[in-house]
Design a protein around this ligand. Sequence first.
Ligand SMILES: [Zn+2]
Length: 79
Amino acid sequence: MIKRHVYRCERCRLSTPPLPLHRVHAERQRHRDEFHGGLVPDGETITTGGRSERTSTERWVVALVLTALLISILARLIG
Ligand SMILES: [Zn+2]
């Protein structure tokens, strides 16, 4: 699962949408440069936030496990 993070600048009362950590770091730098002259504003935070989204591989594994479970349940009912 890819963890999502949110950058928040308390001074500007702005938050990014939930993003991967490397993108949050890039957004933080961009925000500092654009709004604070490259300085670090008070009260900025990076938190884990938002819904984590499953990768397509994880979805595939979950689907396989569920299918295997269903087949074993059906096999017991029939056999
Ligand atoms: Zn700011």
